[in-house]
Design a protein around this ligand. Structure first.
Ligand SMILES: [Zn+2]
Length: 103
């Protein structure tokens, strides 16, 4: 199983793609249990919703409010400006969901 640090690093790009509405191709998880896989998918879902804000049909950054951006511009902005922030968001979500699942 991945360590959470490596896993969140790997998930950053996937989360950003989901957030801007790009197709995520060939994303397969080598998880050892289906319970863990579920946690990862929910992490992706929750985290991606926090990255983008839609207002008046325009796309703005959910983290710093800049925009509007095109899909591609949004993708590049998130990756260049917020990569580490997003990694932390993913990591926190993973930890929250995992500890919630344990109780
Ligand atoms: Zn931003």
């Amino acid at each position: 199983m991945y360590s959470k640090d490596i896993l969140s690093e790997k998930l950053v790009d996937v989360v950003i793609r989901l957030a801007v509405g790009f197709r995520v191709r060939n994303f397969r998880l080598k998880a050892s249990s289906s319970g863990f896989e579920e946690v990862v998918y929910r992490t992706l879902e929750y985290s991606s919703k926090r990255l983008v804000r839609i207002s008046g049909g325009q796309t703005y950054c959910g983290l710093c409010g800049r925009g509007p951006y095109t899909r591609k511009g949004m993708y590049l902005h998130l990756l260049r400006v917020h990569k580490y922030e997003i990694k932390n968001i993913v990591r926190e979500e993973l930890e929250d969901l995992e500890s919630a699942g344990r109780t």
